[in-house]
Design a protein around this ligand. Sequence first.
Ligand SMILES: [Cu+2]
Length: 243
Amino acid sequence: MIENWLPLNASTFGGDVDGVFRLILYVVGAWFILAEVLLLFFVIRYRRGRRERAVYVRGETASQLAWILVPGLIVLLLDLGIDAGGARAWVKIKEQSPAAAITARVTAERFAWLFTYPGPDGQFGTKDDLWEVGTLHVPVGRAVELEMISMDVIHSFAVPNFRLRQDILPGRTIKAWFEATKPGSYEIECTELCGTDHYKMQGVIVVLGAKDYEHWWQEHWPAAPVISQNRAGRPAATRGSDG
Ligand SMILES: [Cu+2]
């Protein structure tokens, strides 16, 4: 049901993020409905005009204390369940990134995204580097590593379709990764208020099929063989398509 409300998922770990989202929504949603139904019930059941008088309850007996302690314990257990679900997704996304097939540098500045490709030699800062403003081209089904820096203030690199969001702090190189599962164009947004034109700070990730990626590569580096594997020659980890 909730899938229809979320943007299309186009990355390998998007399903894990959605899983945590659903877990929180269902736990909190069920608790919300229970609390509202009880509230309504008590409002009607104990409305003014009935003979019963209110009494001051100090919570001294075990049965009175249980009204606080039992729900408190249930909330705590549900919270630990959410923590466990979140931790599983965190480990997969933040601590077990696959060997990257491709590395690109992301330079954030007010108010644009600049992308640098290292080119055939795989090294940044050399002659064959390619710069693109606002658009990043990557192949589908390959792990892409992003090295992100900021030229000025804190920005946040967000791709809703990949369930990817990462703050970029000036003075640091911050890494993120993704592996796109479907060719297409996916919007990049800055999700950290970074100045007056913050809302204009958008970009696009163009995910290309293998053939299209080859064409794109040959447009820029006609003489060099296409690199869509990492330099060790080990193909990037491929996993389940949708998740
Ligand atoms: Cu920004």
